[in-house]
Design a protein around this ligand. Structure first.
Ligand code: DI6
Ligand code: FE
Length: 413
């Protein structure tokens, strides 16, 4: 596509731009800049000095008064469609109940599955919308949403339909991930292999046939699914031509990441317990590491993800909320930017890359989203800040002033 000046529809002038090109090194800064949009794409960007002459009568000009532009934010790992919540469980735990006691009293992930199964599509949509809206209000223009609280064919499909429908209610791109292998449903107690069979032979083919998922994920953990079971799901995904991702090395090291690398997975997520061998495998297969500081914080984990080794091997690091009722009931990607720095010691530039270009990598959409470059989708956030580090430094005063999605202003505050 070529974008001559005559095609420009919107032009930002007097802005600073964090383009996030080159993996976000120094934010890909362009100071005292301008950016033009045509047909929903970025048509031009550069310094004010190099701005070509344009027809003021045909272009909608926005004077940014030295505010900053970044790519619209990407939350590349959420479970934000679910029934009920687990506040009662939170309260029980703070009164001293153990995880096992809660599970025996019908709590934990199983209780979210029950609440999700009895909810209608409309109810699930209505409970998910405010969560998505909260992210959107913070500058999120792309979100990934996983299934995994239905755990039978009908309810997994219901969740994915709701995830699909959410994109019709808010100007947000939704990438859907099938996570049928999230937990073992009660009716398959002591029969994990039979359940995996159901996932591979019935659920996944149906989800793929109805085009309800963009990727397939597995929770590979001793309280989730084994490496052998995970491999079966990945093989079924491969047959359905769907890319895979993995929840791995969150509570222990089962080698799930290496397995995922052998399937050219998009990402390995959590990875607190990942070792050097697993990181090498990620590098070789071009995977992204998705770090989830909200779950680390909420579960009061102490094992740090191997940030220095990820840096050493140049594995891209993404940051996401993991929004879910059990381990991260936290609806704020801005808070994750802050926590990526305070809890995981990422630099602000790395953290911002985590919710832009590297978030796009984790979703396989890095050629159209996550950077401000000519030809990229015009998903753009404008911030009332003096320097990009403020996005990570201060939390609680939302500096977002304008949000553009596919070239259209969708939020202005
Ligand atoms: N890892 C987690 O931390 C969550 N899921 C997963 O695969 C927990 C989900 C829940 O407790 O509802
Ligand atoms: Fe998760």
């Amino acid at each position: 596509m070529s974008f001559n000046v005559a095609s420009w529809q919107t032009l930002f002038i007097h802005v600073n731009i964090a383009t996030m090109s080159q993996g976000g090194e120094n934010y890909g800064e362009i100071k005292n800049a301008a950016l033009a949009i045509a047909q929903g794409k970025i048509a031009w960007l550069g310094t004010m000095e190099s701005l070509p002459a344009y027809d003021v009568n045909n272009v909608d000009v926005i004077d940014g008064h030295d505010q900053w532009l970044t790519p619209g934010l990407i939350d590349c790992h959420t479970h934000l469609v679910y029934g009920g919540n687990r506040a009662n469980e939170f309260e029980m735990r703070l009164q001293g109940a153990s995880y096992e006691q809660i599970a025996n009293a019908g709590g934990g992930i199983v209780s979210t599955v029950s609440a999700t199964r009895i909810a209608s599509e409309e109810q699930l949509l209505n409970s998910a919308l405010p969560r998505l809206k909260a992210l959107h209000n913070e500058g999120v223009t792309t979100v990934e949403i996983k299934s995994g609280y239905g755990l039978d064919t009908e309810n997994e499909i219901k969740m994915l339909r709701v995830a699909t429908a959410l994109a019709k209610h808010l100007p947000v791109t939704v990438k859907r991930t099938f996570l049928g292998a999230h937990a073992l449903p009660v009716e398959y107690k002591n029969m994990p292999d039979e359940y995996v069979e159901l996932v591979c032979k019935e659920m996944l083919p149906k989800v793929s046939q109805e085009k309800l998922a963009d990727a397939v994920d597995v929770f590979c953990e001793h309280i989730g699914f084994s490496k052998v079971q995970t491999e079966k799901v990945f093989q079924a995904a491969k047959q359905a031509n769907l890319p895979v991702k993995i929840h791995a090395e969150q509570l222990s090291n089962l080698g799930g990441t290496e397995l995922a690398a052998s399937f050219h997975a998009l990402s390995a997520d959590h990875i607190e317990y990942l070792d050097e061998q697993g990181i090498k495998a990620m590098k070789e297969s071009g995977m992204t590491a998705v770090l989830l500081p909200g779950a680390f914080y909420f579960l009061r984990e102490t094992q740090q993800p191997p940030i220095d080794l990820l840096r050493k091997y140049n594995v891209p690091m993404a940051i996401a909320t993991d929004e879910n009722p059990g381990s991260s009931p936290i609806n704020s990607l801005q808070l994750m930017l802050h926590m990526a720095c305070t809890l995981f010691r990422l630099t602000p530039s790395e953290a911002l890359a985590g919710v832009t270009c590297n978030g796009a990598n984790a979703l396989g959409i890095a050629d159209s989203k996550g950077k401000l470059e000519v030809g990229y989708d015009a998903d753009i956030a404008m911030w009332n800040i003096q320097q990009p580090a403020e996005l990570c430094y201060q939390y609680g005063v939302n500096p977002l002033t304008l949000l553009v999605k596919a070239g259209n202003t969708v939020l202005s505050r």
